[in-house]
Design a protein around this ligand. Structure first.
Ligand code: ADP
Ligand code: ADP
Ligand code: MG
Length: 471
């Protein structure tokens, strides 16, 4: 087993990895940049080192991080998600300098991080892929010609994209002409690559993804699926495991496809294979070669600690489970509580947390790095807490989600929590019927009252008046 791991990340995922290390008896080393000096990951890790004033540079410097890991006697680096998690360079440096990288081989990261190469590998392996480009687009004319062949609407995508950015739907040739330079400029700015490709737009699909685990001995298994169809602008808001909209046959088929995908590229460690589902059609979309934000809900329904499995695999140990040992029970929901104002076009709402009371009780898990008095820095993403609830049935998990969101108190910033309450009330959501258009199709769900308990507040005011007037 590994002895000491450097965590090349911040926020809740860094804290999550510290916890997994602690339970396995592994020492943890945190890194931070100055705006994160008071970050919870710095407080919780066994050791912590500053990587300078710049908010981001330190977290994005493979050479410096690898050197620090070696200087501090680490035998591995865990990259978390975001930052360097899908950067083949840091994985390669680890390979060259005798460190374990908690993820797949650098060559696999390179292949799967490039969405067109990933599509090619999947086609070759017999995994169905969304119809579209065979490689990257050379120019706008090629895009227009291909779109004519596959038919509108189409999706124009950044080849190195991620986090829901660098994707545009185009319904007409005019839109495609307009969007082409925009996506190229967005891709260049956000991902440092101008490469783009085109896919058929699957109208109103469900986003279904499968968690896989693969060890260095060539064993690969899946831990069932997550339904991430509740999205805004291609970014996930609420995730569900298992999907309430799959038949057992579909579940088995998609799980099998994901394992086939992992085996085809010699995958190692935890990964997620994302698919789009339309009716009975399943299309491979992309593979994320890292731990995913929503791994928590798979942990909730299977009981398997995915981050601990990652560390075991990186130690060279075989998987702790065979496919037939893995089962799931009940349903889990994850709410991404973002520091954003839904009523103001989801504008970020950074600032000081004046009061935070964690929700609790049966079936409730919170992964976060915030605390009362913490100031959310404006340099990083706006997700400030993951609330995960589990229950035996679909109806119960919705009731538990509502209750846990209500339990939580988070003052000083505006968050997406109240908006999620509205989604949980919607009859289609409650019936387990939704696709990726659910959020844009229901703008009326944004018309909620910002007073937490209007009737309770009214009563309190009445009581105060009564006390002062002697009613
Ligand atoms: P998940 O795929 O785990 O659901 P997200 O897509 O929400 O996660 O991304 C998690 C974090 O990683 C976000 O902060 C996102 O901006 C970042 N991220 C994801 N993919 C990339 C990428 N290719 N390049 C840069 N950042 C990325
Ligand atoms: P990212 O790397 O940013 O996560 P993905 O390729 O996984 O990008 O796509 C993110 C989301 O965009 C999907 O979950 C889906 O909602 C939407 N999307 C992507 N490709 C298509 C498509 N071909 N048709 C319809 N929706 C799509
Ligand atoms: Mg994706």
């Amino acid at each position: 087993m590994l002895k000491k791991v450097l965590i090349a990340n911040r926020g809740e995922i860094a804290v999550r990895i510290v916890r997994a290390c602690a339970e396995l008896g592994i020492r943890s080393v945190a890194i931070y940049t100055e705006p994160d000096r008071y970050g919870l990951h710095v407080k919780r890790a066994d050791e912590a080192y500053s990587l300078g004033e710049d908010p981001l540079a330190g977290y994005l410097d493979p050479a410096r991080i690898v050197s620090l890991a070696l200087e501090t006697g680490c035998d591995a680096i865990h990259p978390g998600y975001g930052f360097l998690s899908e950067n083949d360079r840091i994985a390669q440096l680890c390979e060259q300098r005798g460190l374990a990288f908690v993820g797949p081989k650098s060559s696999v990261i390179l292949k799967m991080g490039d969405k067109t190469q990933a599509r090619d590998s999947m086609r070759a392996a017999g995994v169905p892929v969304t119809p579209g480009s065979e490689g990257n687009l050379e120019n706008q004319d090629e895009a227009l010609q291909l779109a004519d062949e596959i038919g509108y609407p189409v999706m124009l995508k950044a080849t190195s994209g991620g986090g829901g950015r660098g994707i545009r739907r185009c319904d007409t040739p005019e839109e495609l002409k307009n969007q082409y330079p925009r996506v190229i400029s967005e891709a260049t700015k956000a991902f440092g690559s101008a490469e783009v490709f085109l896919e058929k737009c699957i109208v109103n699909p469900r986003h279904i993804e499968v968690q896989v685990l693969a060890d260095s001995q060539g064993n690969a298994i899946h831990l069932f699926e997550r339904d991430c169809s509740i999205q805004r602008r291609n970014q996930k808001l609420i995730e569900i495991a298992p999907s309430p909209q799959l038949t057992p046959e579909q579940r088995q088929y998609i799980g099998g496809l994901a394992v086939k995908a992992a085996e085809a590229v010699g995958y190692e460690n935890a990964g997620t294979v994302e698919f789009l589902l339309s009716g009975n059609e399943v299309y491979f979309m992309e593979m994320n070669t890292r731990v995913q934000v929503e791994h928590t809900i798979t942990e909730a329904i299977t009981g398997i600690d995915i981050v601990q499995e990652q560390l075991r695999i990186a130690s060279g140990l075989p998987l702790s489970y065979r496919q037939e040992d893995v089962s799931f029970r009940g349903y889990a929901l994850q709410f991404r509580i973002n520091a954003e104002d839904p009523k103001n076009d989801f504008l970020p709402s950074f600032g000081r947390i004046t009061h935070y009371y964690a929700p609790g009780g049966p079936g409730v898990r919170v992964d976060t790095a915030i605390y009362t008095g913490y100031e959310i820095p404006p340099y990083y993403d706006s997700m400030c807490l993951k609330l995960v609830v589990w229950a035996l049935t679909w109806d119960e998990v919705i009731a538990r989600g509502k209750r846990a969101l209500d339990d939580m108190r988070l003052h000083g910033i505006t968050t997406t929590a109240s908006y999620y309450q509205q989604i949980l009330e919607h009859p289609d959501f409650r019936a387990g019927r939704f696709n990726t258009s659910f959020v844009p199709d229901h703008p009326e769900l944004l018309n909620y009252s910002t007073k937490r308990h209007p009737s309770a507040v009214a009563l309190a005011i009445a009581a105060t008046i009564a006390a002062h007037t002697g009613w």
